[in-house]
Design a protein around this ligand. Structure first.
Ligand code: AMP
Ligand code: MG
Length: 590
């Protein structure tokens, strides 16, 4: 779920703790309300803060299990929402405000989330400046001057800070050119993981071409049509046990005469008469008029007669009805289902030996960069071997794609244009890696821009911040980051969902599981962290996850050692040992 930020000015106060944010805001707020502004304030607090008072009714009801507790009176109301699994997202929190009745939302904390902020700084604290690496800082309030083009205010002159804030809000309130939805005010190309993925998913569609494949080649393909059962499964009434079949209206006898023996694959043609039994094997057809099977262990047979002693017999027991699993004409699978082992087995059980599937998706891949050389060529001191193309080949094979490998393309615009054009011509999707981050040689960017509509995004995630996505010749193209781990994490988050959609697969969601952090896991507020993790089951039965250790985005070994990604949401700074965390198991996916 993506929450839109309210169409309201949003202004934060960013500072290291100890700077006196709350004290400053407390003094500033009356000056703003005196100017007629209606203020909302969002404050980020520590994990276990509570506004409630133990013993009060609201406290008791909440502790009794209310996950949302709204307490209301003539003068105010408060909604307390428990979020035991994951902290609420910043945009979600903003959406809780009644923005029709506000002129601005002031934010205290949330230092690492993207929105406009005033940096508060006091010399005596000796903390580093934030504005130097945070483009969201729009002004500085400090007690020393700095060499910056940003507006500078005296942190001790509240009137001038108030004036600045009032001006800022008033300017923001002018009818503004409307920004594309879901974009941040200051950095339109800064997207959350969900926003990036949704943008991509919106702009790709399933191939509309199918092919008939033999069942032995149907594994990992996606059904193009619904499958209705052409037969009953099971096709005939059969025994679920090795034993004796009798009539359900004939249970009271001391003994039955055994008139035949029916092995699996055979059947007894005569309708069963009262007083008769047939010895029957599991899976064998139950004779006409017989409908009840007594298992062999409960029967004694001698001289052509069988007795069942004291065993309780229910009419109809141990008989599988024709069509019990699937009846003729019943829908078995809907189009868009990926066929794995159970599905191919089920199709076979219906007697089908071929099936209509989406045609295979063709994916062109290439690596970029003069520093990248092919494995197998003599190692050079200033170059690295191309690993990305090989990880991508594995990931694409796992998804059943056909790969068109264009190798390594040097940083040369002409060559790049030519390959992009050819790749988009031949493939359904183009994947490249490298060359999309800030500061890269611009060959790929310039080439992409000149050929089609490409957007260069910065995703609030780590690893994998830069991502280019667009279309050339109406074919989706992904410019993945260069770093090997970033390539894989970006693939999992953005490329895989898109490829699955293009392959025709519906209702696919990555498996996500809740685990307990076995150690502190570092992250940063404002971005999604994908830490490579190892989960295991503790002797207590608890699923616990730990990081693989060093997390550099060039360390491919961290992916190899991992059995999951730990997804730490943007709202969370550090996951403390013992807290809940989401994991994405990687088994069978990479
Ligand atoms: P870039 O995004 O092109 O700046 O690349 C980021 C980092 O990833 C650099 O250290 C590159 O050398 C590295 N890199 C780029 N392409 C590849 C590749 N195909 N295989 C391995 N590393 C790569
Ligand atoms: Mg590069």
């Amino acid at each position: 779920m993506i929450y839109q930020r309210p169409r309201l000015p949003l202004l934060g106060f960013a500072a290291y703790s100890g700077t006196g944010k709350t004290t400053l805001l407390e003094a500033l707020i009356p000056k703003l309300t005196d100017a007629g502004l209606r203020l909302g304030v969002l404050k980020h607090a520590h994990h276990n803060f509570d506004v409630d008072v133990p013993g009060k009714d609201s406290y008791r009801l909440r502790k009794a299990g209310a996950s949302q507790m709204l307490i209301a009176s003539r003068n105010r109301h408060v909604l307390m929402t428990e979020t035991p699994d994951a902290e609420a997202e910043f945009n979600y929190l903003l959406s809780r405000f009644d923005s029709d009745n506000l002129d601005v939302i002031l934010v205290e904390g949330c230092k690492n989330i993207e929105f406009p902020k005033i940096e508060l700084h006091r010399k005596e604290l000796d903390k580093p400046w934030l504005y130097t690496h945070d483009s969201n800082i729009i002004a500085i309030a400090a007690d020393e001057a700095v060499d910056s083009t940003l507006p500078q205010l005296d942190i001790n002159d509240l009137d001038s800070i108030a004036r600045f804030v009032i001006d800022y809000i008033t300017n923001k309130q002018q009818p503004k050119t409307s920004l594309p939805s879901g974009c941040d005010t200051l950095s339109p190309a800064f997207l959350s993981v969900d926003q990036g993925r949704n943008n991509i998913l919106h702009s790709v569609t399933a191939l509309n071409q199918s092919q008939q494949v033999e069942l032995e080649h149907a594994y990992n393909r996606v059904l193009y049509t619904d499958i209705k059962s052409p037969v009953n499964v099971p096709a005939y009434r059969n025994s679920a046990m090795d034993g004796y079949a009798i009539r359900g209206d004939d249970l009271e006898r001391a003994q039955y005469s055994v008139v035949a023996e029916v092995m699996a694959g055979y059947h007894h043609c005569e309708p069963l008469k009262p007083g008769q039994a047939v010895k029957i094997m599991t899976g064998a057809a139950v004779p006409e008029e017989a409908d009840t099977v007594i298992m062999r262990e409960q029967a004694v047979e001698s001289d052509g007669f069988v007795t069942f002693g004291e065993s309780k017999i229910k009419p109809g027991q141990n008989v599988r009805q024709a069509g019990e699993d699937l009846s003729l004409g019943q829908e078995v699978f809907t189009a868009g289902k990926r066929l794995y082992s159970p599905e191919t087995g089920m199709l076979a059980s219906l007697g089908l030996n071929s099936v209509a599937v989406y045609r295979q998706l063709k994916v062109a891949i290439f690596s970029t960069g003069d520093e990248v050389q092919s494995p197998g060529t003599p190692a050079s001191a200033s170059r690295i071997f191309d690993s990305n193309r090989y990880t991508l080949m594995g990931l694409l094979t796992q998804l059943g794609c056909e790969i068109i490998d264009f190798g390594i393309i040097e940083d040369n615009q002409q060559k790049m244009l030519q390959v992009l054009d050819q790749a988009a011509e031949q493939a359904d999707v183009v994947l490249t890696s490298g060359g999309v981050s800030v500061g890269d040689a611009d060959y790929i960017k310039a080439a992409l821009e000149s050929l089609g509509s490409i957007e260069f995004w910065r995703i609030n995630m780590r690893p994998g911040r830069p991502l280019a996505f667009g279309k050339i010749k109406n074919k989706p193209i992904f410019g993945l980051p260069g770093n090997p781990v970033a390539v894989m994490v970006s693939f999992i988050n953005f490329v895989e969902p898109a490829l699955r959609k293009m392959q025709g697969e519906t209702e696919w969601q990555p498996l996500k599981i809740n685990a307990i952090a076995g150690e502190d896991l570092r992250s940063r507020q404002g971005r999604t962290e994908f830490t490579r993790g190892i989960y295991s089951i503790e002797p207590t039965g608890q699923l616990v996850v730990r990081s693989t250790g060093k997390q550099g985005s060039g360390i491919l070994r961290s992916m190899s050692e991992a059995n999951c990604l730990i997804e730490i949401s943007p709202a969370i700074d550090t996951v403390k040992s013992g807290e809940h965390v989401t994991i994405i198991p990687l088994q069978g996916r990479i």
